[in-house]
Design a protein around this ligand. Structure first.
Ligand SMILES: N=CN[C@@H](CCC(=O)O)C(=O)O
Ligand SMILES: [Zn+2]
Length: 387
């Protein structure tokens, strides 16, 4: 049986992220274009006048279309509320990772059904704002059974699952014993449910892991067949970035405090620098220096880091607005980072780009141009369209 095909017309502006088409820019912007999608993939893309016949037709009445956002960093499996901690930070209390224990307690106490309900609502919230691919970390279980449960639930909604047993050392647990567990029994139980392993490498936090500990976690994860990701350089210019690059991680995330050698290492390696400006917004902290990274030729991604402690926002358009307004990225750089950049951070070639064979994961904007993502901050103009 031939697959049913859908023709999408009336596209005001089409951002493909394919530099081989359109205006010659990295965004590969086309006007007067149409798309045919079949079985979740792009079957045809070109001038609307040349579009082939299809079984169904969707007319977007002049709206802009972009690749669906690729949110390459999110912590969505959790219960509980830390609004009071947010309020304290707005009055000057600094963030040090200590509040993670509050979420761990609430998450362990929640039933599978409660966690699933919270998770699916958060995924729906992301999609309603244009995100079509999301990476989801464990890290609020911190016991073998609770980390396994978090990854099992995450795997119900995404293929991009990340084992973050090394988020913090749980309260009352010996550091060395916990490291032994995370790199041993917990890793063995979690690896079959995860694509990635991550570690919160932050010597400035008494709860997180130093460079040697992070290296042990990542090396064990790689030996178990997992790809590597690192929470690095969030609170200080620690060893996270250099470790991530040395070990060939897909991405090092936060990158708020960088030395010159960190930037040089990122520019020479193939690890993506993922910036999470919603965190600096929500913790009233200095923003990372995106221009320094971009000007050095580093591949930069933007993601939400949606989590209950440092940024309880699932909105990629909000992150793009921060990228433009606060990180001084151009609107084009910010959109690329939130789509193709996220795909690079997840080592995916089938998302974050619209070309024949790629996933037909689109975001439709109630606007004539992608510029409106930063031009109209806080206005819900983006939504996911998977055909
Ligand atoms: N920094 C470590 N992990 C999260 C925050 C987790 C929390 O505070 O609950 C982050 O990416 O910012
Ligand atoms: Zn995070």
């Amino acid at each position: 049986m031939t697959p049913r095909a859908t023709l999408i017309t009336g596209i005001g502006e089409l951002v493909t992220n394919d530099p081989a088409v359109g205006d010659g820019s990295a965004l590969g912007v086309l006007s007067g274009a149409a798309i045919v999608a079949a079985e979740g993939r792009i079957a045809w893309l070109g001038a609307a006048a040349d579009a082939p016949a299809a079984d169904e037709r969707t007319d977007l009445a002049g709206r802009a279309v972009i690749p669906g956002f690729v949110d390459s960093h999110a912590h969505l499996v959790f219960a509980g509320d830390r609004a009071a901690e947010f309020a304290a930070r707005m009055s000057g209390t600094p963030y040090d990772g200590g509040g993670i224990a509050t979420t761990v307690a609430a998450t362990r106490a929640a039933s599978d059904g409660e966690l699933r309900t919270l998770l699916t609502a958060r995924v729906a919230e992301l999609r309603a704002q244009g995100t079509t691919t999301v990476e989801i970390k464990s890290g609020y279980g911190l016991s073998v059974q609770d980390e396994v449960r978090a990854l099992r639930l995450a795997g119900e909604v995404t293929a991009e699952t990340t084992f973050l047993g090394a988020h913090v050392v749980p309260a009352g647990v010996d550091r060395d014993a916990y490291l032994h567990l995370v790199t041993g029994e917990m890793l063995t139980a979690c690896a079959p449910l995860a694509r990635w392993i991550d570690v919160f490498c932050e010597p400035a936090s008494p709860h997180a892991f130093d460079g040697d500990e992070a290296r042990a976690v990542l090396t064990a994860g790689a030996a178990a067949g997992l790809g590597l990701r690192v929470h690095g350089n969030q609170l200080s210019a620690g060893p996270g970035v250099r470790l991530a690059v040395e070990l060939g991680a897909g991405s090092v995330d936060h990158c708020t405090y960088l030395t010159g050698s960190d930037v040089d290492a990122l520019a020479a390696g193939d690890t993506v620098a993922t910036l999470l400006p919603g965190v600096e917004f929500s913790t009233r902290s200095p923003y990372p220096d995106a221009r320094r990274l971009l000007d050095a030729g580093v591949t930069v991604a933007l993601a939400t880091d949606c989590n209950p402690g440092t940024c309880y926002s699932s909105s990629m358009p909000f992150v793009i607005a921060l990228g433009v307004r606060e990180l001084r990225m151009t609107p084009a750089e910010a959109l690329w980072a939130a789509t193709a950049g996220g795909a690079a951070a997840l080592r995916r070639a089938d998302v974050g780009v619209l070309r024949v064979g790629a996933r037909a994961d689109l975001a439709v904007l109630d606007a004539p141009s992608y510029l409106h993502l930063a031009y109209r901050p806080g206005v819900p103009i983006a939504r996911a369209l998977t055909v």
